[in-house]
Design a protein around this ligand. Structure first.
Ligand code: GDP
Ligand code: MG
Length: 167
């Protein structure tokens, strides 16, 4: 059981922080400054008979478009073997036009996608947790929706479980 898992989202939602969590080391530079991740960075998690290759993408936005194009080409070319699953990362406290753009690309790609609502450590009241969720779920059938904190590690084990089921 082995495959590629793409971590996508607009800049600054926490993709690199999540990659580092998932592979348990500081592979990808994280920063408050958008566009810190300039290249695709991969991390491999090998254990219990499975191997997940996580691909941290630059935030989808300008140059990053090429990455998603590649994902979509793969989707289109029926050999979906390259990307088993997409982890679509959003910031639980903000929704922007860039998120919308990423969402639309993912809808077109028809790749199985898990919505990860990140930075829940910043959310004090439950009702603040992503008010756009229902609207989003209506637009795209997510494999699952998981509130996480990449920074604190909250629910990262849940992500790993879902990933394992898709390898
Ligand atoms: P990327 O551009 O999507 O790769 O985002 P980064 O991983 O570089 O993170 C952007 C900023 O968000 C950094 O300052 C991170 O420390 C911060 N960040 C990432 N995950 C979390 C989280 O779960 N909670 C909080 N509070 N901050 C986070
Ligand atoms: Mg990054």
């Amino acid at each position: 059981h082995c495959g590629f898992i793409a971590i996508v989202g607009r800049p600054n939602v926490g993709k690199s922080t999540l990659l580092n969590r998932l592979v348990g080391q500081k592979l990808s530079i994280t920063s408050r400054k958008p566009q810190t991740t300039r290249h695709r960075i991969m991390g491999v998690d090998t254990r219990d008979g499975y191997q997940a290759v996580y691909v941290d993408t630059p935030g989808l936005h300008i140059e990053e478009k090429r990455v998603i194009n590649r994902l979509m080409n793969r989707a289109a070319s029926s050999s979906l073997t390259d990307v088993e699953l997409v982890l679509f990362l959003v910031d639980g406290t903000v929704w922007t036009a860039d998120d919308e753009m990423v969402l639309n690309k993912l809808i077109k790609s028809e790749l199985p996608t898990v919505l990860l609502i990140n930075k829940v450590d910043n959310i004090k009241e439950k009702h603040e947790l992503f008010p756009h969720l229902q609207e989003l779920a209506n637009k795209m059938p997510f494999v699952d929706v998981v509130p996480i904190s990449a920074k604190k590690g909250t629910n990262v084990d849940t992500i790993e479980k879902i990933v394992r089921e898709h390898l």
